[in-house]
Each structure stands twice: as structure tokens, then as C-alpha cells.
Design a protein around this ligand. Structure first.
Ligand code: HT7
Ligand code: ZN
Length: 868
């Protein structure tokens, strides 16, 4: 397959100023007429992208084109020969939406029509230069049988309606803003709307609509509320107002990702729209708020200012994730939000950065662009934007955003355009920050310090090292902002004065490590202090080698909540790694009294911030601990974690039970930060109590729960139990919810992540369950993804059954939906970190996938890079 390289970028040969699209919708044979007003931009032929299109007619400036001037490429493209420098090209093509199982282009779901065009789906709808730097104004007319499609939506503002013959009707949509083809959208079918008016800060009326299937209207409240808060926030924080008369969101249950920011017509996976307390967990509610905000914020960072080419993807994604993170931080506890984001970064991006698919935030090449919608592009990209924000400060960042938008509005630009706007607005040289965009790998940071009593100086030496990654053996140091403070022996924050400064400063200060190594001398330090480094996780690095005594001290005393949480986590990680070695030597596993003390201290202080307490109580995950090992040992890590959970549950049972009882839900269910935190803490206590043997408590909670958060928390614990304690609630859950796809996904996931020994066999059986449907991405992820990514113990079963199952599923899914198959195969790529026997089994399965005839480009890329 062809590799696309960043270095090969060439501007488009033709620009398309306006596009008129006429759709005649039919599930089996939809007709698409396109009129493109083109204009030459550079020398060369007119080559239009196309995939799977049947060309019925083509004309140039009103004259039919003869076949010999239409050259069809093997990739489905169309080259039109002998075109003038400007004119109008008209094509008519036929497509079959109901045959489209890839869910890219125009497809049907539950009898309705939906599109997904990012990254390269528009070429499955009509012939077009399907690249983001061709921006056009679209007018779209949709015709269909009124009965089949009472509702017909596209981008922009409504532009008229009318009736045709034979029960058809038509609707026109006019989008005044130029946009790339990946932002085109069409949604049509039987849908109902939940509506709210919105007035922008300058007084513009906007009609907000969420379109769902009949019966789902009562689950749209949280999405609508999140949308309104997002719109207000963008006005207040970035001065950015909405720019159309309508903002439509359509929810669809067959969708490859979370949502899509099409101009004026966002299309959402139902998972990120529909919620009511009986069916959605707090995590679901938070996911909805995040994704609604994210897609809305794309209206400016992505749509009005878009990407020149797909290598610049993080220009819109990293920046928009940063914006949605800031929005959520402003809605509740900033510290807890940061902790959760860092947890997510470490769970997904750090392993990617250390694995075979490691790539820079701005990649150099790809075979299938869908494979590069990654945690690196999204989450690390957001961290890099945050680095710039931290380095230049909030006020300069806002000026930089204003400049970026003013300068780049209605253009397709590069990451350099963003960084230079930030540089000009701040007056800070940011050129070295480009290293963060162009180098893969997670920097490792070490800190060494010494105290000089005679001079009362304290010297901190910071060093960085970036490990090699595929194709990048040599690395250059990157600028690392280190937010830090000093604590005295009683845990009081010391004012700090660096050599050369006149006055001491209170609180957190920022050091900038620019080279491989740098020392910072602090004056007037009365006694050896304890440094608190990387406050708020000021850079996406691995801080190594902090002594356990310091971690214990910081976990209790630091003024920075992130470092308090982080120190507890690192302390527990160190302990678990030592215990894993004991387990491997078959030595008895002990217990560290400090852990009991930490749990009790956390529970005593829990009332002030229950959400923080819940985070602090969580032991490091199995995946995180295994990631710290040269060669992972999933079974040993699991045994150690289970041992500690049970020990904590037994030793702290009194305090855990008191907290659990004290947090019993009373009154109306609420989804504010405090209520969510209380439920999280209560369920964290429940998990420890069940680990210590109190299964009955989970059974009772399952039976009495008034919301899905508590019901599911109980069920996921019971899924590890034996006999009726497990079977009865699982059967009850299925009976209650088998008609609700989103809830049933949870039923599949819980069983896929069970620790019971029979889980690999159970997962095979669930794969054949009548409710399992490989064609639905949510369902495929709920079983296959949950098992392979969320159950390290059984995925890495010694006999290789976990690997075999994943490979079988990927091979079956690939011809249906190559994009989802490629995503699911990821965990097999981590074989280098497993012991030789497991690594061999994983490689064997990767080879089996690779030997499959007609493999999709995406799965080929993932499997071949994993083996390289
Ligand atoms: N920008 C959107 C990306 C997306 C996507 C990419 C490839 C294949 C299918 C897709 N669906 C949505 C989502 C976002 O980042 O907001
Ligand atoms: Zn996005």
C-alpha cells in the first residue's frame, strides 16, 4: 500500500469555490449530482478522488464529456483531461448507502441516512479533491420520499423546502462559510428533535436542535445543557461566538468514533448524547459533557480555521482537546479533572509512545490516516498546547488565540501558524517547542538535589532523556516547564529565590529545563527542603527516581493536589513493583502499614473533596504497573493488586464501611461534581469491602440502586463472584436492558473484563450471543475492545487464547469495517514487553492477521508495523 509523506505536500492543482450537491436518497441506489466551480491553482491535471462510485454522467460547462477524457484510476479516482483553467464540472454518480458497512461516506443506520466524511469519506459520496486545503461554499439539496425521510439535514442554514411528484419532498441547505469536504454532512430519516433557543453575546438568535430516534427525547437534557454551557464558555473565555442560525446535532448508534464536528450539523455516537440516571453512569455523563464541548469548540478550532493537510491533525485536535479540558476544569474541580486527564494520558498515550506505533504529534508519514486519530495526536497534542499555555501564561495565550483566529480564519493552515501566533502574541521564543510536535517518545525527567548548609543554598539539577522510537534513533532535548515548590519539614510552603533574583517569591514557580541538563540554585534556604516537582503535571514526562520517603511526605503535605495524588500513586507503584518480584519468587506477600495509614487519612479528609478522595484511594491500575516493568508479568501484577485490595478491605473495613454508609444516596439524583464525587468514593469503598469478602454488600447495592452508576459499580464487582451472586444480577440486567443498546454494551463489557478464570471461554460465547453484532462499532468495542484492553490478566492468558480470540475477531471484522478492526488490533502490538513465550504467541497471531487476503490498508499498517 501507498505511504503518504508529510514532506511530499503539494498545494492543490485546482481549487473549488462553490459546490452544489443534489441528493436523491434511496438506501440501495442514491444519486448524487455535483456541480463544482473550479479554478486552477497550480499546473497539473484535474484528478478527483473517488472510491466505489458509479459514474453515470459527466459534463464540463454544460457539455457532456466523452469517455476518452475521463480516466479512471485503480484507486477509484477520476482524472478529467483537457480542462480549462476555470469552469464548472458536473458529475452524476450512484452509491449504495445500505451496503456501506465501513460507516465512512453515506450509510444507513436503523433505516436513516448519515454521513461520516473525516478523514477521507467524502470521496465515497462524489468525485472531489478530497483534501482539507480545498475549501468551498456548499449548497445542498436533498430529495427523498417524504415517508422515508421526513427530516433532511445538511450543513449551514435552511435554504428552502418544496414538494416533488410521487410523494417526494426536497430541502435545501446553504452553508455561507467555506469548508473542506471532510466537514460535509447529511442526515435524513425519521428523527425527532429536542429544541432550545440560544442568544449569542452579540444578540444573534440560534436554534439548537438535538435529533434522535422517537423515544429517546427524554435522554437529551444533559447533552443540551452541556451544549449551552459550552457555547457560553467559548464566548466568555475565548470571545468566540457561534456563526450560523442553527446548530444541529444528530445521534446515531452506528458510528466509528465518538462524534464529528461537521459544520452546523454535528453527528454523534448515541453514547455521547443519550443519558438518564437509570441508563447512564456518571462516567457517561462526563463523557457527554466532554464530547459535546469538544465538537462545539471545533467550530472555530478546526472548522473556521482548518488543517492544511492531515499531518497537521493535532492543530485542530490537540488544541480542541485542550479547550474541552479547560472547559470541564472550569465546570467543577480543576485538580480532579487534571488527575483524570493524566490517568488517561498514561493509560493510552504513554504506552503508544513506547510501542511500535509511536509517532510524533505531527507524524511524518502514514498508510491509513484513520490510524492516526490517536492518543498521541489528541492527548499529547493537548499537552503540548498546555505547555505553551504554561510557558507564556493565560493572558498571552488568549492574545495568541485572537491573533491565530484573526490571521487564519477561513484558511487551511499548519502547526507553525499556531505556534507563531502564540510566539508573536507573547514575545517568547517558542521555536524549540516544535521539538514536542516532531519527536515521538515520552521524555524521562530525573531530579537530583543537594543542600549546602554554610551558604544556605539548595541546588536542583534536572536532566532529561528521550528514548529512541521507530525511525527516530536520535533525540534532541525539548523545553520542559517544571512547576515546582519547596516544603519545609512541617510541610509549609517556602518562598523561593533563585540565584540572581532580588526577592523571594511565594508559592509555585516555573523552571524551564531547556537542555539535556540544567542546575537551578535557590538562595536563603534555611534547612534541607522537600521539593515538589511537576505540579499540576506541568509537562507530559515521566519523572523518575523520587525517593519513597519523599513521596510519602508529599502525599500528605504538598499544597498542590496533583502532586499529593501523584506521590501516593508513585509510592504505591513502587511498593507493588517490589511485591511483584516477591510474587515471582513465590515469596509470601506482605503489607505496608503506610498504605493503611494513607487509606485512613484519605477517608478522614474525604468530606472536603470526595472526588479527590476517590482518586486518592484507587490503587495504580494493572496496566500502569505493568508499564513500569521492563518485561510485564500480568498474572503477578494482578495477584499483587488483588492481595493489596483484599488487605486494605480487611484492615480498613471499619472506616470504609462508615464512609460507605455515610454516603448513602438521599434525595434526588444529581450530576454535579460533588454528587459524582460522593458516588465515586462510595463505590471505591464498596470495591475494597467486596475484595475483603463482603459480596453481600454488592448484591444489596445492585438490588437497591436508584441509578446506573451504583447499579453498574455493584454489577462489575459481582461479575467476579461465583454462583448465583453473579448469575442472578447478570441475568436480571440483561432482562431489564436487552432492548437498550447502550446499556447492553455495558453488560458485554463487564463480563469481558471479569477476573474469573473462565472469562476467555465466556468471551468466546458472548461473541456468538444473539445480541452481539460485529457490525455495530459500540458493540464490537464493548466485547472485543473491553477484553483486549481492559482485561490484561486474561488477554495475556498463558495458552494464547486471548490473542487468538482477538486475531479471529479482527480477521472477521476487517472486511466489514477495516477502520474498527485496525483500532482493535492495537494490544497485539505490545508483544515486545511480554516474556518470550507470550511474545511469540502474539507475533504468531499478528502474522496470521497479516496473511489474510484482501486485508484493509489500516489493519495492514498496524499489523505490519507491530511486527517490524
Ligand atoms: N474529528 C472527528 C474525527 C472523526 C473520525 C476520524 C476518522 C474516522 C471516523 C471519524 N469520526 C470522527 C472527531 C473529533 O475529534 O472531534
Ligand atoms: Zn476533535
Amino acid at each position: 500500500p501507498h505511504t503518504t509523506r508529510r514532506a511530499d505536500y503539494h498545494p492543490p492543482v485546482f481549487l473549488i469555490d462553490t459546490v452544489e450537491l443534489d441528493f436523491r436518497l434511496d438506501p440501495a441506489a442514491t444519486l448524487v449530482r455535483a456541480r463544482l466551480a473550479f479554478r486552477r491553482n497550480t499546473p497539473g491535471p484535474m484528478r478527483l478522488d473517488g472510491v466505489g462510485l458509479t459514474l453515470l454522467e459527466a459534463s464540463l460547462d454544460g457539455t457532456a464529456l466523452p469517455q476518452e477524457r475521463l480516466v479512471h484510476g485503480e484507486d477509484g479516482s477520476l482524472t478529467v483531461e483537457g480542462v480549462p483553467d476555470s469552469g464548472t464540472l458536473e458529475t452524476l454518480v450512484r452509491i449504495a448507502p445500505q451496503e456501506n458497512t465501513e460507516l465512512s461516506g453515506l450509510y444507513t443506520s436503523g433505516g436513516n441516512f448519515y454521513t461520516q466524511c473525516e478523514a477521507e469519506g467524502f470521496r465515497r459520496i462524489t468525485y472531489f479533491p478530497d483534501r482539507p486545503d480545498v475549501m468551498s461554499r456548499y449548497t445542498v439539496t436533498i430529495t427523498a420520499q417524504r415517508e422515508l425521510c421526513p427530516v433532511m439535514l445538511s450543513n449551514g442554514n435552511p435554504g428552502g423546502t418544496g414538494h416533488g411528484k410521487d410523494g417526494t419532498h426536497w430541502v435545501r441547505w446553504v452553508d455561507p462559510h467555506p469548508k473542506p469536504s471532510y466537514l460535509f454532512a447529511l442526515v435524513a430519516g425519521e428523527l425527532v428533535t429536542v429544541h432550545e433557543p440560544f442568544v449569542t453575546k452579540s444578540g444573534k438568535q440560534v436554534s439548537l436542535n438535538i435529533w434522535v430516534r422517537r423515544g429517546d427525547e427524554d435522554r437529551c437534557g444533559h447533552a443540551m445543557d452541556s451544549l449551552i454551557r459550552s457555547m457560553r464558555w467559548d464566548e466568555e473565555v475565548f470571545g468566540l461566538e457561534y456563526d450560523l442560525d442553527v446548530f444541529n446535532i444528530a445521534a446515531v448508534s452506528d458510528f466509528n468514533m465518538g462524534a464529528m464536528e461537521n459544520k452546523g450539523l454535528n453527528v454523534f455516537n448515541t453514547k455521547y448524547v443519550l443519558a438518564k440516571p437509570e441508563t447512564a453512569t456518571d462516567g457517561d455523563y462526563q463523557g457527554i459533557e466532554t464530547v459535546i464541548a469538544h465538537e462545539y469548540f471545533h467550530n472555530w478550532t478546526g472548522n473556521r480555521v482548518t488543517c492544511r493537510d492531515w499531518f497537521q491533525l493535532s492543530l485542530k485536535e490537540g488544541l480542541t482537546v485542550f479547550r474541552d479540558q479547560e472547559f470541564s476544569a472550569d465546570q467543577g474541580s480543576r485538580a480532579v479533572k487534571r488527575i483524570r486527564d493524566v490517568r488517561g494520558l498514561r493509560a493510552a498515550q504513554f504506552p503508544e509512545d513506547a510501542g511500535p506505533m509511536a509517532h510524533p504529534v505531527r507524524p511524518e508519514s502514514y498508510i491509513e490516516i484513520d490510524n492516526f486519530y490517536t492518543p498521541t495526536v489528541y492527548q499529547k497534542g493537548a499537552e503540548v498546547v498546555r505547555l505553551i499555555h504554561t510557558r507564556i501564561g493565560a493572558a498571552a495565550f488568549r492574545r495568541g488565540m485572537d491573533l491565530y483566529i484573526a490571521r487564519c480564519d477561513n484558511q487551511a493552515v499548519t502547526i507553525e501558524d499556531f505556534v507563531s501566533a502564540m510566539q508573536e502574541a507573547s514575545g517568547v521564543d517558542l521555536s524549540r517547542f516544535m521539538g514536542w510536535y516532531d519527536q515521538a517518545g515520552t521524555p524521562e525527567l530525573t531530579a537530583e538535589d543537594r543542600y549546602e548548609p554554610e551558604s544556605r543554598r539548595w541546588v536542583l539539577t534536572l536532566r532529561q532523556q528521550i528514548p529512541p522510537t521507530p525511525g527516530q534513533a536520535q533525540k534532541h532535548p525539548v523545553p520542559i516547564p517544571v512547576a515546582m515548590g519547596l516544603l519545609d519539614g512541617a510541610g509549609t510552603e517556602l518562598p523561593t529565590r533563585l540565584a540572581g533574583e532580588n526577592e523571594a517569591r511565594p508559592g509555585t514557580r516555573l523552571l524551564l529545563l531547556e537542555g539535556a541538563e540544567q542546575s537551578f540554585t535557590f538562595e536563603d534556604v534555611p534547612a534541607p527542603p522537600t521539593p515538589s516537582l511537576l505540579r499540576g503535571f506541568s509537562a507530559p514526562v515521566k519523572l523518575k527516581g523520587v525517593a519513597p520517603e519523599r513521596l510519602r511526605f508529599l502525599a500528605v503535605h504538598d499544597t498542590d493536589p496533583f502532586v499529593r495524588w501523584e506521590s501516593g500513586l508513585q509510592y504505591a507503584t513502587g511498593l507493588m513493583l517490589r511485591m511483584v518480584e516477591q510474587q515471582q519468587r513465590s515469596e509470601p506477600l506482605g503489607f505496608d502499614a503506610a498504605l493503611e495509614e494513607a487509606v485512613r487519612t484519605t477517608l478522614r479528609a474525604a468530606e472536603t473533596d470526595p472526588a479527590f478522595a476517590a482518586e486518592a484511594l484507587a490503587l495504580p491500575g494493572e496496566g500502569f504497573v505493568a508499564d513500569q516493568m521492563e518485561i510485564a508479568d500480568p498474572a503477578a501484577v494482578h495477584a499483587v493488586r488483588e492481595h493489596l485490595r483484599a488487605e486494605i478491605g480487611r484492615r480498613c473495613a471499619d472506616a470504609l464501611r462508615a464512609t460507605y454508609d455515610g454516603l448513602a444516596e438521599s434525595g434526588e439524583y444529581r450530576v454535579d461534581g460533588r454528587s459524582i464525587g460522593r458516588r465515586a468514593l462510595r463505590n471505591a469503598c464498596l470495591a475494597y469491602l467486596v475484595a475483603a469478602g463482603d459480596t453481600g454488600l454488592a448484591s444489596a447495592q445492585y438490588g437497591s440502586a436508584g441509578n446506573m452508576t451504583d447499579r453498574l459499580a455493584a454489577l462489575s464487582l459481582l461479575a467476579d463472584a461465583e454462583g448465583p451472586a453473579r448469575e442472578a444480577p447478570l441475568a436480571d440486567f440483561h432482562a431489564r436492558w436487552h432492548g437498550d443498546d447502550l446499556v447492553l454494551d455495558k453488560w458485554f463489557s463487564i463480563q469481558a473484563m471479569s477476573k474469573r478464570a473462565d472469562t476467555p471461554a465466556a468471551v468466546r460465547a458472548l461473541y456468538r450471543h444473539p445480541d452481539f453484532d460485529l457490525r455495530n462499532p459500540n458493540r464490537a468495542r464493548s466485547l472485543i475492545g473491553a477484553f483486549a484492553s481492559g482485561n490484561p490478566l486474561h488477554f495475556h492468558a498463558e495458552d494464547g487464547e486471548g490473542y487468538r480470540f482477538l486475531a479471529d475477531a479482527v480477521i472477521a471484522l476487517d472486511p466489514i469495517n477495516g477502520s474498527i478492526a485496525a483500532r482493535l488490533i492495537g494490544p497485539l502490538g505490545q508483544w515486545r514487553r511480554q516474556a518470550p513465550a507470550r511474545a511469540a504467541l502474539m507475533q504468531r497471531e499478528l502474522r496470521r492477521v497479516l496473511d489474510t487476503p484482501k486485508l484493509s490498508r489500516g489493519t495492514f499498517e498496524k499489523a505490519s508495523k507491530a511486527l517490524a
